[in-house]
Design a protein around this ligand. Structure first.
Ligand SMILES: [Zn+2]
Length: 255
């Protein structure tokens, strides 16, 4: 893997947006491997695919690339809302790759991924339909709410220009891969709870007993009542104790 971007592939393009997209996509094809299996490359998919633009031909894991020349903030515009919502509800959401590159030196500064099993519906925000005067009048896009995605699911591939080993990156991937066997509601619930629990634990409730007593309230906030099987998710946590260095859930009363 190299951090230099292949700027030569965009020499015939004029639009800065197109240039950035072509260069980022070519870099991905030349450098990126699959996280879900041992495949050493990803293939670009046909333009007709609506929620992913790369796929692994060995295990069929799907990927969508988002690239920017500035750091990623709290939200990011994405493609059409409905196809992504349906993909999440059918456990077909892509793994998102977020690339931050520098335009002066054309190098990848940071690249992190959010695995497909960590994309909850609560992190996808429906946008207003485009105005009647717009070229695609009525079209409804969406935003990805990065602050609603759990830090536990953020897998760093390149960090501040430093490339992590593929072995370490895949180890991070496998840490939560048990979620792939669960329903989309359970995945989403676990992702939401991890996001909120970590924020609460680190910033608000450093005391174990206080944190535990607030968890039921926190869960009520995350999801409407009875939307998912909370006990099932708690059992996931019990079976995978190493993924959350938090106090035990055993003393917590579920809502
Ligand atoms: Zn694969």
């Amino acid at each position: 893997m190299m951090i230099d971007l292949p700027i030569h592939v965009a020499s015939s393009y004029k639009s800065p947006t197109q240039i950035a997209r072509i260069i980022a996509e070519q870099w991905l094809q030349d450098n990126m491997y699959c996280l879900a299996c041992d495949s050493t490359h990803l293939d670009a998919t046909t333009p007709e695919t609506r929620v992913h633009d790369f796929a692994c031909d060995s295990c069929d894991e799907q990927y969508q690339l988002k690239s920017k020349s500035t750091r990623f903030g709290r939200k990011l515009a994405d493609s059409a809302y409905k196809p992504l919502k349906e993909a999440i509800q059918h456990n077909r959401a892509p793994t998102f790759l977020f690339m931050h590159y520098t335009r002066d030196a054309w190098k990848v500064r940071d690249l992190f991924m959010i695995p497909s099993h960590f994309i909850p519906l609560t992190a996808i925000q429906e946008r207003r339909p485009l105005r009647p005067t717009a070229r695609r009048s009525g079209w409804i896009g969406c935003n990805i709410l990065l602050h609603r995605l759990p830090l536990d699911g953020r897998i760093q591939v390149i960090e501040d220009g430093r490339i992590r080993s593929a072995r370490d990156v895949r180890t991070d991937w496998r840490r939560f891969s048990f979620l792939r066997d669960s329903t989309w509601r359970s995945r989403g619930w676990t992702s939401d709870v991890l996001t909120h629990a970590r924020i609460a634990y680190v910033h608000l409730y450093p005391s174990t007993s206080l944190w535990s007593s607030h968890l039921p309230l926190m869960l009520d906030t995350v999801l409407p009542k009875n939307e998912t099987n909370i006990k099932e998710s708690l059992q996931y946590r019990e079976r995978n104790k190493n993924v959350m260095p938090f106090p035990s859930f055993s003393s917590v009363q579920t809502p």
